[in-house]
Design a protein around this ligand. Structure first.
Ligand code: HSE
Length: 427
């Protein structure tokens, strides 16, 4: 059978773009052998042509998007420019012209998925986004193509490598948060402005995509609670270890009938949980489904080569598809009215506070927890430092709203200098 030849365009030639180009050139004979397909990169959009021409033939480079949009030979375009603009305008223009669009851009997909999906459906083009979540881990294909028979009820993801690297360093090397962050920046893992990763937004975009697919219902970014890792201290990590836990920035999705809960926050998980052994910049996604049971995918969630693995797989799928697939849930910027989002979830909590070292103080604090129906599982007071002593509470299952109300009242007690941290626990 004759080898099928497909021309593609690339948008962006940074770390990911150049890795994709490398796989599509150096790896093409193996791909052709396996897929009976030859993929030819015809044009690359790049602003910094001076830099890019050192790696790639200058004739391929352009800083004019219309050279890709108006090239009728090009049927698939992969994007790595990031952010929502101009990526959104480019994506919509390409899809409207019937060119399949492959993206690694979680923010674009999570916030404008419905528009991209509609444009793709209308022209019959393909929309592929494996690399948008967890880099090289094939979690999108796994959910879409291997778990169709399942009712997925739970997703627990370590889907941000930067924060996992920081928390691992704090836990294993005893580094403080600022030290571990600065190391991650020196290694090029964390951005100079690291807020996107450490405040949890990166994980929110990824969870929005994953949970929507897994629960077959749109989980918009705005419905996902998030809290970052800035408040986690080495003290919390040591306390967690003493209690048998590790702290991870976890992306959590749960579905019970038509109710969905979606949240990203530092979480204590048992040291024996498979996710506890996911260290450094690695990612993992733990899924519970019926009938599959427990399933975990592990791998590199970022970096040029792992991301290129996912992008090139999507390009191949786009080239080979007889008919492209689109989302089959109600995909709009607001979710379907049949779905409800839970904000008053139930979980266990760890609370660390500084209280006056005086008789009756613990009874007073415990009284407030009791007033809000929060059942305490353990209380431990550490050695006092001056007049105040660190106290660590662990609760049984409690409602989020009751817990936050209790914390607000406890914070106002004259005997409580500060509620230092509240960390949710998933057992
Ligand atoms: N900034 C992300 C992370 C990688 O730290 O995991 C890209 O998704």
């Amino acid at each position: 059978m004759a080898v099928k030849k497909v021309y593609v365009g690339l948008l962006g030639f940074g770390n990911i773009g150049s890795s994709v180009y490398k796989v599509l050139t150096e790896g093409m004979s193996a791909i052709t052998h396996k897929e009976n397909l030859e993929i030819v990169v015809k044009k690359i959009l790049e602003k910094d042509i001076e830099k890019a021409r050192k790696i790639v033939d200058e004739k391929l480079l352009t800083d004019d998007f219309s050279r890709i949009l108006d090239d009728d030979d090009i049927s698939v375009v992969a994007e790595f420019i990031g952010g929502t603009q101009p990526a959104l305008d480019y994506a919509l223009a390409l899809l409207k012209k019937g060119k399949s669009f492959v993206t690694a851009n979680k923010e674009l997909l999570a916030t404008h998925w419905h528009r991209l999906d509609k444009a793709a459906r209308e022209s019959g083009a393909g929309l592929y986004y494996e690399a948008s979540v967890a880099g090289g881990i094939p979690v999108i294909k796994t959910i879409n193509e291997s778990l169709q028979a399942n009712n997925i009820t739970n997703i627990y993801g370590i889907i941000n490598g930067t924060t996992n690297h920081i928390l691992t360093d704090m836990s294993e090397k005893g580094r403080s948060f600022p030290e571990a962050l600065s190391d991650a920046q020196k290694l090029g893992l964390a951005e100079p402005d690291p807020s996107y990763d450490i405040d949890g937004l990166d994980a929110v975009y990824k969870l929005s995509i994953l949970a929507s697919l897994a629960f077959h219902a749109k989980v918009p970014v705005g419905r996902i609670f998030h809290e970052g890792i800035r408040t986690v201290t080495t003290e919390d990590i040591a306390n967690a270890a003493e209690l048998g836990y590790v702290i991870k920035l976890l992306a959590i999705g749960k579905k019970n009938g038509a109710s969905i809960e979606a949240r990203v926050h530092p979480t204590m998980i048992p040291q024996s949980h498979p996710l506890a052994s996911v260290k450094g910049a690695f990612n993992a996604i733990f899924i519970k489904g019926d009938p599959v049971g427990d399933l975990m995918l592990y791998g590199r969630g970022a970096g040029g080569p792992p991301t290129a693995s996912a992008v090139v797989s999507d390009i191949i799928t786009a080239c080979q598809a007889q008919k492209h697939r689109y989302t089959t849930f109600y995909n709009d910027d607001e979710p379907s009215k049949e779905v409800t989002f839970v904000s008053d979830w139930e979980t266990e909590y760890y609370i660390r506070l500084s209280a006056a070292n005086q008789p009756g103080v613990l009874a007073k604090i415990s009284g407030v927890f009791g007033k809000f129906g929060v059942n305490l599982a353990s209380v431990k007071q550490r050695r006092p430092n001056g007049g105040s002593a660190p106290v660590i509470f662990v609760t049984y299952m409690a409602h989020e709203h009751a817990m936050m109300a209790a914390i607000a009242e406890i914070s106002k007690l004259p005997e409580v200098a500060k509620v230092d941290n509240v960390i949710r626990i998933e057992n």
